[in-house]
Design a protein around this ligand. Structure first.
Ligand SMILES: N[C@@H](CCC(=O)N[C@@H](CS)C(=O)NCC(=O)O)C(=O)O
Length: 212
């Protein structure tokens, strides 16, 4: 299974979290770029892999996985030696799932109101109203993470887990979302610490090298 995995990604998207996790796990995989500029995510070839028309999609021997929290849990569980999640402690694993679910269902969705407002409303005025809300909605999610959820130095505390690449990935969008990361010292510092990891640098380099 591990040798045949394929990660479908686009640069600057949430797929980076799964890409970093594959690097951290030491997995053998191929990364396949979907060109959003050419709307490749909506073309039949890609829809046959992920009918949602989104990245990431992870193709395994057992089938295709979508949704970042599921992909991250699968990677962590498939490569236990990498220690990306605790599997002998149901409560700690549930805390990881809780954090990643919040990023997926609330933080990412708040962010998507800036570029993908057409998913929820028609009409320029409604779409612009959603865009105006993004600095506040994304900002309040990240304030909550900074004040209440982030244990430090990693998201869950002393041990690096699959929450870290996911938080890092979404924090990359803060400036464009109009949120001042400097008001969030723990998240700022986490971003810098993540950038110092060779696995993170490798995943970013791989994604941006193939940019067209
Ligand atoms: N809930 C999904 C969200 C996937 C998603 O929205 N991906 C974006 C990139 S960050 C995408 O593929 N957008 C393409 C589009 O909307 O056309 C996950 O967490 O994996």
């Amino acid at each position: 299974m591990k040798q045949s995995m394929k990660l479908f990604y686009a640069a600057h998207t949430c797929a980076l979290a799964s890409h970093i996790a594959l690097e951290e796990a030491g997995a053998e995989y191929v990364a396949i770029r979907i060109d959003f500029g050419a709307d490749e995510q909506r073309k039949p070839d890609y829809l046959a892999i992920n009918p949602k028309g989104h990245v990431p999609a992870l193709v395994t021997e057992l089938g295709v996985l979508t949704e970042t929290p599921a992909i991250l849990a699968f990677i962590a569980q498939s490569f236990p030696d990498a220690g990306l999640a605790p599997f002998d402690d149901p409560f700690s694993f549930a805390k990881i799932q809780s954090f990643n679910s919040y990023l997926c269902s609330t933080v990412h969705v708040a962010h998507a109101h800036r570029m993908r407002g057409y998913r929820w409303a028609d009409g320029q005025a409604a779409i612009e109203a959603m865009q105006r809300k993004v600095p506040q909605s994304v900002g309040s999610c990240f304030s909550l993470i900074e004040k209440e959820m982030f244990a430090g130095p990693w998201v869950m505390g002393a041990t690096y887990t699959v929450c870290d690449p996911y938080l890092f990935t979404l924090s990359q969008w803060l400036e464009a979302d109009g949120v001042d990361i400097h008001k969030m010292p723990k998240i700022s510092e986490h971003r810098l610490r993540m950038m110092g990891r060779p696995e993170v640098a490798r995943a970013i380099a791989m994604e941006t090298r193939s940019e067209v």
